[in-house]
Design a binder for this molecule. Structure first.
Ligand code: LR7
Ligand code: MN
Length: 592
């Protein structure tokens, strides 16, 4: 009864809101009223090629010839078991050249077998697991691509066919997000119909590039397997990776699962692992970027409590996921809000899904017995639609819907996004959040990611650390990615910015998001630099500072922060404390 009322109310609200939306968004809205939150179908965008396109005899023989030449070029011994390979002479030169353009050695990829083997990178305990195959859910593997190198994409397909149990793999759906690369059209269709004629591999062509979020949605809409597994188009899956994912979803329908992502080198195609003893899970930065973090001690204890396998192969709760490789129950994918369809291009959807799943009652877990390699590239080989920062824009959409007041910490890092005109309307996502009765971001931080440092929580003071006698502020001189680094000083910025944002915590640690202020031992003297080093999760191991009568004192050495004789962009120092010194007086402020 109560839910009925609520649903009625919600429907009304959707109606009210949809009137104030721009016309093109109203259509999207109507699709959202549907209880399953299915997005509207847009058949005109899609064209499923179950059979190869009608081709003339001449193009067919041209494809045939080209494919034969491709296969002749391959050397089965090269890169076998995931080892590194190196080209020589003219081929090496061509490899370097293409590498500069697309951050991937396509020349080498073309010489590796599509069916190359990988060394089994799993923990030995994984081999003892038994699965009752007929009872496991089936899967549709969805691979989206935009102008990926043909050989790399084809290897992703073969690798999936070779490693995912035939009875469980219902289909592989390749979604072409409007690629212009010729090889990815007729030749790819021809290859599939002649070399993989089992009917399992389908190609969905989008007429225009819709961006990776909408491309995944398009693939998901036509998928028929019980479970959706998404992969990037440059992956190689390791032995036995499908079963543990499907088994876990069978046990826990609302768990979204990530394999361990191994690294395939974009230059020499070496498949490398970090060993099987430990792996990282997903975190985030307040700037809205994904990062890798260690599994916390808290989580290790939970694993021991709740899992009866050796801990290293137990599912590990992950606060976020990288986004490209994951498994999710198909119905749950739609029920939980699939994706924000108004996200364009690339980026942001991974944190959106991560926060949403956790806040709305699901879990995100790394499944250690499932391992898949991914080619990590140094830069994007493609341009972005209209040159926009889609990562920033999408992340702003995400933050405005899911992060409550913490959205301010995002905007502090991304002031350029605060009033960005392309952020658009999020009403339907906010309604989704209401409808699913999702928990707050506060709840998420407290329960799912308590290790995450919140710059304005449990602190004595936060904001900029400003010298009293001069307009100088502590500043990490934007070196916050090179660790450790010396802390600097700079003219105070007009509006508080990330590089001048510091916190003095209740546990007396002076820090920014990732790094903690220390004074190195060794150089003994009374004037020393301040080094920023990665903070420890447990504050017992971070160095302490006190703030008394405007002096900031390093407790171990008893030295005081001092900007005597320093100029803008110098490195800040600590010196013997002097209560009369003007250059040792500081204020920590966040208001003005
Ligand atoms: O417009 C586009 N249309 C597409 O179909 C742009 C890209 N794509 C395809 C592309 O061909 C590829 O198959 O989308 C896939 C992902 O693009 P990548 O490989 O350029 O992305 P990435 O690996 O650099 O980025 C990670 O973050 C993205 C955020 O939007 C996506 O979630 C990616 O899937 C994700 N990749 C991974 O999680 C793999 C592990 C990397 C890490 C960390
Ligand atoms: Mn990728």
């Amino acid at each position: 009864r109560e839910t009925q009322d609520q649903n009625e109310k919600l429907k009304k609200e959707v109606h009210e809101y949809s009137d104030v939306l721009p016309k093109e968004q109203q259509a999207v809205h109507k699709g959202r009223i549907n209880p399953r939150h299915r997005v509207i179908e847009r058949p005109e965008d899609n064209e499923i090629l179950k059979k190869p396109k009608q081709t003339t005899l001449t193009t067919e023989s041209a494809y045939e010839l080209s494919i034969r030449l491709d296969l002749e070029k391959q050397n089965p011994a090269l890169g076998a078991l995931g080892t590194a390979s190196h080209l020589t002479g003219e081929a090496a030169r061509r490899g370097d050249e293409i590498y500069k353009k697309i951050s991937l050695n396509q020349e080498l990829s073309e010489r590796l077998s599509y069916n190359r083997t990988l060394a089994d990178s799993r923990h030995p305990a994984c081999l003892k697991q038994n699965f009752n195959i007929p009872t496991l859910p089936s899967t549709s593997v969805i691979v989206i691509f935009y102008n990926e190198p043909y050989s790399v994409l084809v290897r992703t397909v073969h690798s999936t066919l070779n490693t995912c149990n035939e009875k469980l793999l219902k289909e592989i759906i390749l979604v072409d997000d409007g690629s212009s690369n010729e090889e990815l059209h007729g030749k790819l269709d021809y290859y599939i119909s002649t070399r993989i004629p089992n009917g399992k591999v389908k190609v969905l062509r989008l007429k225009n590039r819709l961006g990776l979020i909408r491309a995944r949605l398009a693939g998901a809409r036509i998928a028929t397997g019980d479970v959706l597994i998404f992969l990037d188009a440059h992956c190689e899956a390791n032995i036995g990776w499908c079963e543990p994912l499907l088994q876990r979803i069978k046990e826990s329908r609302t768990s979204v699962l990530v394999p361990i992502i191994d690294v395939i080198d974009s230059k020499d195609f070496q498949y490398s692992t970090n060993g099987y003893k430990s792996f990282q899970v997903g975190g985030f930065e307040w700037s809205g970027h994904f990062d890798w973090i260690e599994v916390s001690d808290r989580e290790k204890k939970r694993q021991l409590r709740e899992c009866d396998q050796p801990r290293q192969i137990c599912p590990a709760y992950s606060p976020t996921m990288a986004g490209g490789l994951f498994a999710i129950d198909r119905h749950y994918f739609w029920e939980s809000g699939s994706y924000d369809e108004q996200m364009d291009g690339w980026g942001g959807e991974n944190l959106e899904m991560s926060f949403r799943i956790w806040q709305c009652g699901g879990t995100i877990e790394t499944i250690p017995c499932s391992r898949v390699g991914h080619v990590f590239r140094d830069f994007h080989p493609y341009e972005f639609p209209n040159d926009r920062d889609t990562h920033g824009i999408n992340t702003a959409r995400m933050a405005l819907v899911w992060m409550d007041d913490y959205v301010n910490l995002f905007f502090l890092n991304r002031p350029d996004m605060k009033f960005h005109p392309d952020i658009g309307d999020m009403t339907h996502r906010k309604l989704l959040r209401k409808k699913l009765r999702c928990k707050s971001f506060d709840w998420y931080l407290e329960n799912i990611y308590p290790e995450k440092f919140v710059p304005n929580k449990n602190v004595i003071a936060y904001g900029r650390v400003r010298a009293l006698s001069k307009d100088l502020c502590l500043d990490d001189l934007t070196q916050n990615n090179e660790k450790p680094y010396n802390l600097g000083i700079f003219w105070c910025a007009k509006t508080l910015s990330k590089s001048q944002f510091f916190s003095l915590t209740n546990t007396q640690v002076l820090r920014n998001e990732l790094s903690c202020a220390t004074v190195p031992h060794g150089d003994g003297g009374d004037v020393r630099v301040v080094k920023m080093v990665p903070c420890m999760d447990n504050d017992d191991y971070n160095e302490q500072w006190s703030y008394e009568e405007e002096h900031i004192i390093h407790l171990n050495t008893g030295l005081c922060l001092d900007h005597k004789e320093l100029r803008s962009s110098d490195e800040i120092q600590v010196a013997r404390c002097d209560s009369d010194s003007e250059t040792q007086r500081w204020i920590i402020q966040h208001d003005k």
